[in-house]
Design a protein around this ligand. Sequence first.
Ligand SMILES: *[C@@H]1O[C@H](CO)[C@@H](O)[C@H](O)[C@H]1NC(C)=O
Ligand SMILES: *[C@@H]1O[C@H](CO)[C@@H](O)[C@H](O)[C@H]1NC(C)=O
Ligand SMILES: *[C@@H]1O[C@H](CO)[C@@H](O)[C@H](O)[C@H]1NC(C)=O
Ligand SMILES: *[C@@H]1O[C@H](CO)[C@@H](O)[C@H](O)[C@H]1NC(C)=O
Ligand SMILES: *[C@@H]1O[C@H](CO)[C@@H](O)[C@H](O)[C@H]1NC(C)=O
Length: 614
Amino acid sequence: MLRVFLILTALVGVFGDVIDLGCNPGWYPNGGYCYLFNTNKRVTYQEAADECNDYLATLIRVESQNEKQFINTTIPDFTSDGFWTDMTDLRFDGTATGTGVWEWGGYEKVDMSTIAWETYPTNNPKDSCGAINIQGMFQNWKCDQRLGFICELDVGPDGGCPFGWMFGTDTCFFFSNTSDPSQLLTWTNAKAMCASKTATNGDGTTVNGKLVTLDRPVDAVYIANEMLEIANSTVMYWTGLIKTANSWAWDGGDTYNAGYFHWAKEPDHINNNEHCAILKTDGKFSDQNCNKQMNFACRLGTTTENTDYYMGCNGWTRAGHKCYQIYDGPKSSWTDASSKCQSLGARLLKVESLDERDWVEWQLTDEAHPNIYWSGLNDQAVEGTYRWADGTLANSSLIRWNQEPNSWFGDEDCAGIRPDGGYNDWDCFLQLPAICEYTGSPCPNGWVSWTVTSTVCYYVTAANHTFTWDEANTFCSKDMAQSGQMTPTLLEVNSQAEQTFINNLLTKQPLNPKSWWTGLNDVKHEGIWTYPDKPNTPANLAVIPWNSEPNDKLGNKDCVMLGWSGRYMVMNCKAKIGFICEKWPYGINPNKASTRSVSSFLIALVLSVTFILH
Ligand SMILES: *[C@@H]1O[C@H](CO)[C@@H](O)[C@H](O)[C@H]1NC(C)=O
Ligand SMILES: *[C@@H]1O[C@H](CO)[C@@H](O)[C@H](O)[C@H]1NC(C)=O
Ligand SMILES: *[C@@H]1O[C@H](CO)[C@@H](O)[C@H](O)[C@H]1NC(C)=O
Ligand SMILES: *[C@@H]1O[C@H](CO)[C@@H](O)[C@H](O)[C@H]1NC(C)=O
Ligand SMILES: *[C@@H]1O[C@H](CO)[C@@H](O)[C@H](O)[C@H]1NC(C)=O
């Protein structure tokens, strides 16, 4: 369950100097996955599975021809009687053996064309765990046999980057090898080279690379920051920026905003034949003849999963429940700045808590923001009574005046915030850039929020969206995961109030499906009810309206569903029904409300903020 943010934690650890991200030392990269071949010890199937889990990985699942080929070529490097895989024909709850139906992870039917059996599975129903032998062939063994094992970790674009790519913002970047002359290409060939690089998404879809585009400020900032470390100052990389019909545009049509990056005293259009833009190691662009041989930079196309990267802030920086944009230009009077923010559905900066004040000050320590900015603070209505642009009275303990306000000649009624976080009052007609902000929605689109002391977001599946419990669990924790955010889980009800809210929510759903998976299950130990993530385990059963349940005389109903009527029932985990995911809202740390605290799950948020800061 912790996969997403722990991978990010790992990235933080190596980010400073390592460019080549992909697999940890000792792990083999292949097609968006990393593999660990363990031959140091002989363990049972369950011990192997547990150890892989400790690495936030699973036992290997050979799900494609590419993977089959990879195993075939890699396995001869190792010596072992065999390696456990994630293939079993166990019942999902592990209580019986030998269904004869082979599945990865207990729910994904094995595509027999991607594996090769040594001899077709033995008839012994107790030989329920699948292993690969040293020839790359599959055999079924008793699960308590002791073998080596192979772990597999998904580092596709939703969790990391393909081997050799850099993880930046929410996507992956590739820079050609400047020591390899064969990677000097014309613009057209560079474009083709990027397009030939692909990565596999978590859902199995393929993403193609493209020449780098900086269509979002967050990417421009990231690139400017990282370029210096990548190569020597003379190196230049082709980008996706080209001149067509006399104006510059991103190849492929990404939104072009010249304010997101800088030209190096260019474009100079020498001989009017420079129609492609290169990126220099100072992070600046320059125009260049498209036929020149240059290095090149690629990025992966942004996946739909990533569009929510700004955490509901649509390109602005989120901190807590608010979204901010610090404009370093153009400059305008206070009134015009205020109108400009309003035209964007926002307002001038309004500091409402100590935490927010600290965060804003922290942003301003960045050299990229060297200006004095209009805030909403003003005393235009009543001299000496400071209000924010929306008219609310400012809390003076949140304002640090810089030996001000002095209201010079009585005509300084608008306050700007300085890089040190102090405010000065100025003539409202002074021309300054501005900081705009608005209150963002706490939950992603399609999620319902519930607020008592803090907010929780819930996702209830629609009629045609049904899964087994395991599939639903994976879907919530993986497909619904967002970079930098705590991993969603299946529903975990902790209080009567929450149960009441959920019941209400369900009665508003269409009558089909009539039941939804919760996270509650006793898969591991019969009768011991737990949730998939540790913090909520053991489950608070007092708040569960069982209604003559759990009723599992045969011991084959290990997962708990919640009915349309608000009733909980145990059910066979393989039933395909609806499900409910829950998560914390954007940027909220359930343990500490501070948006600046570097708790593990906020690491990625901090990462993104760090990029913006640099
Ligand atoms: C591995 O590759 C070799 C050579 O291509 C082939 O003979 C062998 O059958 C393959 N083994 C498996 C398990 O695919
Ligand atoms: C870059 O190219 C050089 C020369 O071909 C090669 O020795 C080196 O291993 C390459 N570096 C990477 C990271 O691929
Ligand atoms: C920079 O240039 C020096 C001297 O040519 C070379 O030794 C070094 O490897 C280069 N560094 C990079 C990052 O290309
Ligand atoms: C002003 O802010 C301080 C510090 O956060 C807080 O303790 C105080 O209650 C606030 N005053 C008002 C009137 O909101
Ligand atoms: C459910 O139906 C809608 C509308 O027909 C469709 O857009 C969506 O993809 C379907 N979802 C699934 C999981 O099949």
